[in-house]
Write a protein that binds this ligand. Structure first.
Ligand SMILES: C[S@@+](CC[C@H](N)C(=O)[O-])C[C@H]1O[C@@H](n2cnc3c(N)ncnc32)[C@H](O)[C@@H]1O
Length: 236
């Protein structure tokens, strides 16, 4: 199905399940090789944080098996690093990895929490995070406003925000081309999820509207490469 965005006809979003809590799905995701894109994302985050660094408390929202959390924890040993995800299956893998070499990431911890946060979970983190990062969570959310609300709740003054996600292609042929280009050698389950994620992703103009509605117009949204978008900046 198609819809019109800013005068252009584009493929409509099809949401996918929010949590990746099927153990096989989590295992296949964790075993996939995202080293190149994860490494590039971490370098990008660190370059945006320079020269001051990420600050005392960094939150990785929708951390999955911890791909980004571990890399950041290693590069920023002076920061407390918290990975948060609502899927037990993902966090079980992250915890196993962490416990395999706890001395390597002494200030890294994981919490099984689903957005939106409430009660003591929210109180414990509110206004305390000097950096909030997020890779590939936004497209999972049925209500994307939850992410923007969470940033506002948890950010310390001046916090760095960096959101990296897929962006939805114009049409099914463009989805096929991306799956072929980037996932042809992957396990079938991962290819299935990648295709679903491309359909569930937002477009740059949709994210701009979400930010306007959330009162976060200080954040910048940009298309990156052939399939990503990023939202970055500092909160007041
Ligand atoms: C595609 S994975 C990304 C994992 C990780 N950020 C990475 O860089 O590899 C998306 C993750 O978001 C989590 N997620 C989706 N909706 C969520 C919610 N409402 N609250 C917390 N986690 C959520 C899923 O369980 C999944 O682990």
């Amino acid at each position: 199905m198609e819809t019109s965005v800013a005068g252009a006809v584009v493929m409509e979003r099809i949401a996918e399940p929010e949590l990746m809590d099927d153990p096989q799905q989590a295992r296949v995701y964790a075993e996939a090789d995202f080293a190149a894109s994860d490494g590039a994302l971490v370098e990008r985050i660190l370059s945006l944080a320079a020269p001051d660094g990420l600050g005392p408390r960094v939150l990785d929202l929708g951390c999955g098996p911890g791909n980004i959390s571990f890399r950041l924890a290693e590069r920023c040993p002076g920061s407390e690093l918290i990975g948060l995800d609502g899927a037990e299956a993902m966090l079980a893998i992250a915890e196993l990895r962490r416990r395999s070499a706890p001395q390597r990431w002494p200030r890294l911890s994981f919490r099984c929490l689903r957005l939106p946060l409430a009660g003591p979970d929210l109180e414990g983190l509110a206004a305390s995070c000097s950096a909030l990062v997020c890779n590939s969570l936004l497209h999972h959310l049925h209500q994307p406003a939850l992410l923007w609300q969470t940033l506002r709740q948890l950010a310390a003054p001046g916090a760095l925000v960096h959101i990296h996600d897929l962006r939805r292609p114009d049409d099914p042929a463009a989805v096929d081309a991306l799956v072929e280009r980037h996932a042809s050698g992957c396990a079938p389950l991962l290819r299935r999820d990648y295709r679903a994620s491309l359909h569930a992703a937002f477009r740059v103009e949709e994210v701009r509207l979400q930010l306007q509605q959330a009162g976060l117009t200080g954040l910048r949204v940009e298309a990156r490469e052939d399939r990503y978008l990023e939202v970055s900046g500092r909160l007041p």
